[in-house]
Design a protein. Structure first.
Length: 201
């Protein structure tokens, strides 16, 4: 019989909005790390009240801490993609403590699920925020994760997009332009950096 290892669970809290103070559970697994509180706070300080009534897509959702913060602050619909079963269970549990009617979860490879989620968000005819936080730890078949992430961003049409935020390793040089989107700013937080892109014009 296989020995089942008990996974340690950490918690963070929603910073502001309708669900302020609600606990978010995060499993301690190599591919899932919560966005640092300081980074998350900086991101939401950047978008402020613009998120109200918009869609929010968390592409590598983990336990959903960024998307659920967006939900708390008034996002109309939130979409979460996660391929790790343990993280996905935590995500579903975290959603139950907020507003499941405005949340859509997709279990599986984010690169495969993205087109489906993108079409759903597009059909709402509301502008969408896209948050990309690809796992830093590379494993078999994941060496090209940033190239694949940039290819996804290239598929985003300007009329659908409000903003794209990419959380990435600080030593990675992100392009000045990705498809129809252009780089607007970056903010460094130690090993992690957040780069922002908006439709041109």
């Amino acid at each position: 019989m296989r020995n089942r290892e008990k996974i340690k669970i950490f918690t963070t809290t929603i910073i502001a909005g309708d669900f302020k103070g609600k606990k978010i559970e995060i499993p301690d697994i190599s591919t899932t790390r919560s966005s640092k509180s300081i980074l998350k706070e900086s991101f939401f300080n950047t978008i402020q009240f613009d998120i109200i009534g918009k869609n929010f897509v968390e592409v590598f959702a983990g336990s959903g801490s960024v998307g659920l913060e967006a939900l708390s602050r008034g996002a109309a619909q939130c979409y979460f993609m996660e391929y790790n079963k343990t993280a996905f269970r935590c995500l579903e549990s975290n959603i139950k403590n907020t507003d499941p009617s405005r949340c859509h979860t997709f279990y599986g490879d984010s690169f495969e699920k993205f087109a489906t989620v993108y079409e759903m968000a597009k059909r709402t005819e509301e502008k969408t925020y896209f948050y990309f936080d690809p796992p830093f730890s590379t494993r078999d078949g994941m060496d090209d994760i940033y190239d694949k992430t940039i290819a996804l961003i290239e598929s985003i049409e300007p009329e659908v997009c409000e903003l794209v935020a990419v959380e990435h390793m600080t030593n990675l040089d992100m392009p000045e332009q990705i498809g129809a989107l252009e780089f607007v700013k970056r903010k460094k937080f130690g090993r992690s950096t957040m780069s922002y892109y908006r439709p041109k014009g």
